[in-house]
Design a protein. Structure first.
Length: 202
């Protein structure tokens, strides 16, 4: 980060996307554009100052996941932009991407995703393919907690939104952890994504 501003690299094989995303980022006071390129290799040298890499490439989920893993290993937070089925969201999140945004998302949502992922949260706007409403595995309240967590909310924000105490949030997370065998926020966010527990806009 430079002077508190998040450095963003835009990687996209569509010139219109690159231009639009670059303009959007350039107009945000807390973000600055580091580089815009048509491929990861093409941006190689310019990625050095990027905190977040925004990727929109017409590739398979496997190749996008590989790109996300490579960028993550190099120390960048990654947001994938795609209109592919939600399984691709699961694949790229597992590979290390912090965010998955639908290509139909509005500019404000894209900026929200960049900011949240840049701050270490997970953000997904892929349309939910299925919900856990009929599943006995989680209570309705646990599903609500998971949904908010997957969309980047902190424990304090979850408590505020659900009008419960932070202690109660921790109790729900503990029960979810007992059921799933994990208490890591990233793994729980990924679990919510896999089950379609994400909102279109957070």
């Amino acid at each position: 980060m430079s002077n508190g501003s998040v450095g963003v690299a835009v990687i996209g094989d569509c010139p219109v996307f690159r231009h639009g995303a670059s303009q959007l980022i350039g107009g945000a006071p807390d973000l600055h554009l580091v580089v815009a390129a048509s491929s990861v290799p093409g941006a190689d040298g310019g990625l050095r100052g990027a905190d977040v890499v925004l990727v929109d490439l017409q590739q398979s989920g496997r190749r996008l996941a590989a790109a996300a893993a490579e960028l993550r290993e190099r120390g960048h937070a990654v947001v994938i932009v795609s209109s592919s089925p939600q399984i691709d969201a699961v694949e790229v999140i597992r590979a290390g991407a912090g965010g998955y945004v639908s290509r139909q998302a509005e500019g404000d949502e894209l900026l929200t995703a960049i900011r949240l992922v840049g701050a270490g949260h997970c953000y997904v706007s892929a349309p939910a393919s299925r919900l856990l409403a009929d599943s006995p595995r989680f209570t309705n309240r646990e599903q609500e907690v998971l949904r908010l967590l997957a969309n980047g909310a902190t424990d304090d924000e979850i408590a505020s939104r659900l009008r419960i105490s932070k202690h109660t949030v921790h109790s729900h997370l503990d029960r979810i952890g007992e059921k799933t065998g994990t208490r890591r926020r990233f793994d729980l966010a990924r679990l919510a994504i896999e089950h379609g527990l994400t909102d279109q806009v957070w």
